[in-house]
Design a protein around this ligand. Sequence first.
Ligand code: HEC
Length: 165
Amino acid sequence: MTTPFRLLALLTITLFVVACSSGTDSKTTPTPEGTSPPIPAAADEALVELSANAIGAPTPNTGSTETLPEDPIEAGAEVSAQNACTACHTIDGTSLVGPTWKGLFGRNEEMTEGPSVKVDDAYLVESIRDPGARIVKGFTNVMPAFDYLSDEEIEALVAYIRSLQ
Ligand code: HEC
């Protein structure tokens, strides 16, 4: 994942430019040699957002569940759509990049290593938070870790996948 580094690099450059230009603005109160003028916190925040937009980085997921439907299954479908899970997973039994979610709950999944797993809640949570922990046989370890999702979002996803029998 290179995006956080690109973002950091861009941010550093932007802050540097701002530091330089605000230095010339405040000629009346010269800053001592070698110290950079303080950057107001608000400007700092605006810059982060600006840089993120500039490079098309996704805005950080705040984990807010305020707008999610109350029904956990509906909420799970929405979280799945928001996070583009369905780019790799279907709910109709066909495999894409990842295994289908249809009939996944309770299924015996063979792993590339170690014993097979009877899919339960705990396995689903692990598969979402830390997909590299156990790799499903016949698939590759390409799923990103969705470890930034809130507990509520993960629970909703689990309820949704469990419902897809
Ligand atoms: C880039 C493609 C990709 C995306 C996006 C993705 N996954 Fe996956 N997922 C995979 C692959 C490939 C596997 C199988 C390999 C492994 O076990 O990690 C997998 C495995 C899983 C499993 C275990 C499936 C099984 O048969 O045991 C679950 C559950 C899962 N993903 C949920 C999710 C959820 C929820 C999201 C969205 C928040 C998501 N995935 C997004 C590719 C993806």
